[in-house]
Ligand binder design. Structure first.
Ligand code: C5P
Length: 231
């Protein structure tokens, strides 16, 4: 199974994003376009980065009624991204609608992932604020199983939960894990974190933002991630 490091391009505009990517001479890292950049620049930023030859994870985390998500995914399918996502909390019906909307007429479909619980959410907040009366591992496992029931190939989860997702849904069920920090790096607002080296065992893809984008030498930080994650 393909394993890779995905850089989270959490920049405010196209200019800063493309200047960041210009530093990677000769390399085409897999990149993630999130809400900030997509809402600032719209579909044109996806096309521009695709034209440069990068694989793209469009991280918009859709969550609405099934019909709305299905129609939105149909629109997104025209962008030909490699990966996109939604919140598993939107129910199995919403995930099924999304899959249907994202599937093209020729039957092909981008890798559609469900977010289990955000890596910035602690178990305590999940229980006290979201009133989820279960442990974090139980919740993540149940949400991953729901995603699988809806026909999705994998989830976005904390690297700390990737092993139990594989146990619950099988080794081929994809785990894409943000919340990655170097052993000697800043944690920021992330709570459920792991190093690239430790994530290697149960994550198929790691998503890394600030440890690369805010590094003094982003290319060196990316290469360190690749070395630690791919071995
Ligand atoms: O800078 P950092 O490495 O924390 O960036 C992580 C990226 O992964 C951010 O773009 C964030 O939106 C995203 N993400 C996350 N937790 C999830 C899903 C996505 O941190 N569960």
């Amino acid at each position: 199974m393909a394993k890779d490091v995905i850089i989270a391009l959490d920049f405010e505009n196209a200019e800063k994003t493309l200047a960041f990517l210009d530093q990677f001479t000769g390399r085409k890292p897999y990149v993630k376009i999130g809400m900030e950049l997509y809402y600032a620049e719209g579909p044109s930023i996806v096309r521009a980065i695709k034209e440069r030859g990068h694989k793209i994870f469009l991280d918009l985390k859709l969550h609405d009624i099934p019909n709305t998500v299905k129609k939105a995914m149909k629109v997104l399918s025209r962008l030909d991204v490699d990966m996109t996502n939604l919140h598993a909390a939107g129910t199995i019906a919403m995930m099924e609608g999304a899959k249907e909307g994202l599937t093209k007429e020729d039957g092909s479909c981008a890798t559609l992932l469900a977010v289990t619980q955000l890596t910035s959410t602690s178990e305590e907040r999940m229980q006290q604020e979201l009133l989820i009366n279960a442990t974090m591992p139980e919740t993540v496992k149940a949400y991953a199983r729901n995603a699988q029931k809806a026909g999705l190939p994998g989830v976005v989860c904390s690297p700390l939960e990737a092993e139990l997702v594989k146990e619950a849904c099988g080794a081929d069920f994809l785990t894409v894990t943000p919340g990655i920090r170097f052993a000697d790096g800043d944690v920021g607002d992330q709570v459920r974190i792991m190093t690239p080296e430790k994530a290697r065992k149960h994550s198929d893809y790691i998503v890394v933002g600030r440890p690369i984008t805010a590094a003094a030498d982003p290319v060196a930080a990316y290469e360190r991630c690749i070395r630690e994650f791919l071995g």
